[in-house]
Design a protein around this ligand. Sequence first.
Ligand code: RIB
Ligand code: NA
Length: 307
Amino acid sequence: TRGRVFVVGAINVDLVVAAERLPGPGETVVGTRVERYGGGKGANAAVAAARAGAEVHLVGAVGADANGTEALDELTAEGIWVDGVTVLEDEATGVALIVVDPGAENQIAVGAGANAALSAEHVTRALASHLRPSDSVLVSTEIPDAAVEAAVIAAASAGARCVLNPAPPIPGVADLLGYGPILTPNAGECLELAKMLDDDHTHAREAAAAIMARTGAPVVVTLGGDGALVLTPDGNVDHVRPRPAVARDTTGAGDTFNGVLITRLAAGDELDDAVRAANVAAALSVAHVGARAGMPRATDIEVGSRA
Ligand code: RIB
Ligand code: NA
């Protein structure tokens, strides 16, 4: 049986400008237009999970404004349960300002708004009495440390699987490793996390091993165009090869990866198989501008896996 997926994380509206290049400090670059897309690492991963076939419950916060209404409408239209999203009267919905260049490189500045006001109490209320051991919880870190902590602890107390995407790697993550979450850093985040543990390394693989020594759980290092590394506590290291991708916009590729990973784990896949599916989905997602535009459905992932 398929377990439910709970996603705890940020909900944003993304304003995206495609420009010839990314601006430097003090510089103005001019693109032809600005596009609005749904965004935020939590909401994006929730969409990826829903499209991949999971029953998804999102936990987060928006403001009582038009952006918040739009965000919740979009998520509901994806089939996501948003009862766990609190609408905060005095906060603005989070907004991300994104510039994308022709090489699909991006630059993102986030005005966190309501996401920064998501409380531990809210997260606990949305999870604690609801979680079952068969559920899976995905947590990302564009929300306060205390909210991340509440989510990881709620998952651990319920005996539910927990995947923690340390993007960005907030200091609070170091204190949560003892709860045994599966971590999914990219290479840079992996080095940063190891540094927070006073266990400095220059290679992502060694840094990941240092992290795994604290969690006792697998670490999945996403390598962008180079696939992913999967380290498991039995000492095994597997390099999941990259999938061919035409990259127009890599915004949200990590969220796609995490959303599909948790969906497949919740459905009972082995970790390696789940990572392979997540890797296929992430490669498909970058072909379109907008964090959610290229996110595949379960059937597209099947087809892509055979290609
Ligand atoms: O991971 C991509 C997301 O990061 C964007 O959608 C933006 O909202 C930022 O939160
Ligand atoms: Na995309």
